[in-house]
Design a protein around this ligand. Structure first.
Ligand code: SAM
Length: 340
């Protein structure tokens, strides 16, 4: 039975653990970096069953995991640590020779690991080159993961899809584009990628809580016409855009002709139950098969209960496609729904 190193957004590991306990009674969980990273021991579950189940139905808060094939007592000596990591890579030479390999190195804040992530990677890369592997950052066939905790170095080799994310610890990075209007734009870009929902396939979008316009600018760039709703001002650079209509209104006061939009996005900073009532009330303005991408603000003490209550409400009007805490979500999760 393989153990795993699992990661959630800072502060949300307790909820990731609770989801795992509910789904797999008997799993053992132990914190490594408080609130964020933990060790998962699946107990009697056959190897592969846990991963298959997680891939089929991704939990909300678990962002990333990798299997642990070797545990080494951690030394603060750079040479000893580099040698342990190289040895692990060399034991996998048969699988790695001639393939593209990404090396991902992370550490807990209290770890005496003597390298930065980049230095740790550089310590392993020569061993990979010697065995004929091609070290890459993206599109790898294999990911060699290293996690340095307080006393132990955890090492594992896995296929990217089995880690739930091919980013180190699930920390998706987008290039910081020139003139980015708001960091909120990253949430929509990450939702597009995570849900496999190319935004350019939509024609008319309704953006609720749109100001200053990060999400709107992503949609306009994808060629979508946007009706942006927000009492606040939109960013200067969007004013007068030929495919943008800005309604300076409270979203609760709006109505539109039936079937006006094939996409609704909503990032309103408001109580998630109010937001649900507004979004559901606007459902007639959506065409059949339209998608909705909505951030659910977790402003109450019991996030799992809040999400479960909200999903029940959304289900009255929409099909639930996915709900996930994205790397760029803070105190919130992102919901994807479809109008039947
Ligand atoms: C987090 S910001 C949205 C950021 C935006 N998605 C972006 O990418 O730039 C939340 C916005 O929700 C708006 N908002 C809050 N309640 C609203 C309501 N009832 N109707 C319309 N907008 C609302 C606020 O004015 C604020 O601009």
């Amino acid at each position: 039975m393989t153990d795993f190193i699992a990661t959630a957004n800072p502060g949300f590991a307790p909820y990731a653990m609770e989801e795992l306990r509910r789904r797999f009674p008997g799993v053992k969980l132990a914190g490594l970096a408080p609130g964020e990273t933990f060790k998962l021991s699946p107990g009697p579950l056959p190897d592969g069953e846990l991963i298959d189940s997680l891939r089929r139905d991704e939990p909300i808060f678990l962002r990333h995991l990798f299997p642990v094939q070797e545990e080494v007592p951690l030394s603060s000596d750079p040479e000893e640590t580099a040698a342990a990591m190289k040895r692990f890579a060399q034991t996998r030479a048969d699988a790695l020779g001639g393939t593209a390999v990404a090396v991902q190195v992370r550490k807990s804040p209290d770890s005496p690991f003597p390298f930065s992530s980049a230095e740790g990677r550089d310590a392993i890369v020569p061993a990979l080159v010697d065995m004929g592997a091609e070290p890459v950052a993206k599109d790898a066939k294999w990911i060699l993961s290293v996690y340095a905790a307080k006393k132990t170095l955890y090492l594992g080799l896995s296929k990217p899809r089995d880690n739930l994310s091919d980013w180190p610890g699930g920390a998706v990075r987008f290039r910081r584009e020139e003139g980015l209007i708001s960091r909120a734009a990253f949430k929509l870009l990450e939702a597009e990628r995570t849900f496999g929902l190319p935004l350019g396939r939509f024609t008319n979008a309704l953006d609720l809580g749109a100001a200053p316009g990060g999400w709107t600018s992503v949609l306009l760039e994808r060629g979508v016409d946007v009706t942006a709703v927000d009492p606040a001002e939109m960013h200067e650079s969007l004013k007068g855009h030929p495919r943008l209509r800005h309604l300076r209104k409270n979203a609760a006061e709006l109505s539109f002709a039936p079937g006006s939009f094939d996409l609704l996005v909503c990032d309103m900073s408001w109580d998630p139950h109010h937001t649900c009532r507004i979004v559901s009330g606007l459902a007639p303005a959506l065409s059949a098969g339209a998608s909705g991408i909505i951030t659910l603000k977790l402003m109450y003490r019991k996030p799992l209960q809040t999400i479960s209550d909200l999903l029940e409400q959304y289900r009255q009007t929409f099909e639930i496609r996915r709900v996930k805490q994205l790397f760029h979500n803070r105190e919130e999760v992102t919901l994807w729904v479809r109008k039947p």
